[in-house]
Design a protein around this ligand. Structure first.
Ligand code: ACO
Length: 318
């Protein structure tokens, strides 16, 4: 038995924050942000929206596209770095809000690689025959962990959610997955603050050594794609669509060049969304499925990279 993605969904909060608007509150410019990152605008969650609300909206779209009822879902995995609360998991809150009362539920924390990590885990759980309809959701509200006075980070991120429904299949849908981590590089991208005895100690905002992250991302993303291609006995020429983590258009371009995948075969959504961390790959998948670019039979190479440091790829037959 194999597993397969049978439907996708996504959700973006209504509020759009443009580069020009940001430049009114922090010392930056549309030109600087666009040329360094490719980002023009990002979405910001409303004050009464939680990560679980974004996740539920994306999951509902995926379930509607598949014609599967929430009560038929038996597993929910939410990849997030910005959970509603310390516990319970955001996945449990999503289970309740969706009415998926038969589903097991847990969160997975691998920052921007979270969706690829979750898909890899869920692939094995579904292919084992134990779960029939599994929701894999990436959902984030980064706007709440950014220091809005720090121009080196606040211009790069946004809020959103994407979801896929994974079900058993007679033919391979997830062709290969490969995951990596290097905890010794945790200092280059982190949120160091923690709650101790009811008090936040340390800074609870995103810290990033941008150039170090850039260098590491460019190096490992193409490498891990080569690994899954080799596992599936395919080459870059077999890739119909490259769907990389949407952090920065320069990282995306460099990954495509190293891998040998042309820009016309690369899905890029970062301009209007910014970096939505674990949500970025399922958001990009949903965009390309709904606009007709990704079609049944296509080979889709996803690749994530993020804090931890973590990175991984999932090679998918659609
Ligand atoms: N507006 C204007 N100037 C800025 C801004 C800003 N928003 N941010 C930094 N600067 C300034 C810096 O202070 C610096 O000024 P100085 O030379 O006087 O000191 C100058 O611009 C250049 O800064 P650099 O950091 O060298 O700029 P660089 O060209 O490296 O671009 C960037 C910075 C965009 C962060 C780049 O390093 C990058 O893309 N890194 C990858 C980070 C990333 O994508 N992270 C996403 C999260 S990680 C992930 O998802 C994998």
């Amino acid at each position: 038995m194999f597993s397969k993605i049978i439907a996708t969904g996504s959700y973006l909060p209504a509020k759009i924050l443009t580069n020009d608007e940001l430049a009114q509150t922090v010392d930056t410019s549309d030109e600087w942000i666009r040329t360094r990152s490719g980002i023009r605008a990002r979405r910001i969650a409303a004050a009464d929206e939680q990560t679980s609300d974004l996740a539920v909206a994306a999951a509902r779209e995926a379930l509607a596209a598949a014609g599967v009822a929430a009560a038929e879902v038996d597993l929910i995995v939410v990849a997030t770095t910005t959970p509603d609360m310390i516990f319970p998991s955001t996945a449990c809150i999503v289970q309740d809000k969706l009415g998926a009362r038969h589903a097991a539920a847990f969160d997975l924390q691998a920052v921007c690689s979270g969706f690829v990590y979750a898909l890899s885990v869920v692939d094995r759980m579904v292919a084992s025959g134990q779960y029939r309809h599994a929701l894999v959701i990436g959902a984030e509200i980064y706007s709440r962990i950014l220091n809005w006075q720090d121009r080196t980070t606040c211009v790069l991120f946004g809020d959103g959610a994407g979801a896929v429904l994974v079900s058993p299949s007679q033919t391979p849908g997830i062709l290969a997955t490969r995951l990596h981590a290097d905890g010794s590089r945790r200092a280059i991208l982190n949120v160091p603050g923690q709650v101790r005895h009811g008090v936040i100690e340390g800074d609870p905002h995103v810290h990033m050594d941008g150039p170090a992250v850039f260098k590491m991302a460019v190096q490992v993303m193409a490498e891990v794609c080569e690994e899954t291609l080799a596992m599936a006995k395919l080459t870059a020429a077999d890739i119909d669509w490259l769907v990389p983590h949407q952090a920065n258009v320069r990282i995306i371009d460099a990954t495509g060049r190293r891998l040998g995948v042309p820009a016309e075969k690369t899905i890029v959504t970062v301009a209007g969304q910014g970096n939505t961390s674990a949500a970025s790959i399922p958001l990009a998948l949903d965009t390309a499925v709904r606009d007709g670019r990704i079609r049944p039979g296509h080979v889709v190479q996803t690749v994530g990279v993020g804090g931890g440091f973590t990175w991984g790829s999932a090679l998918i037959r659609w």
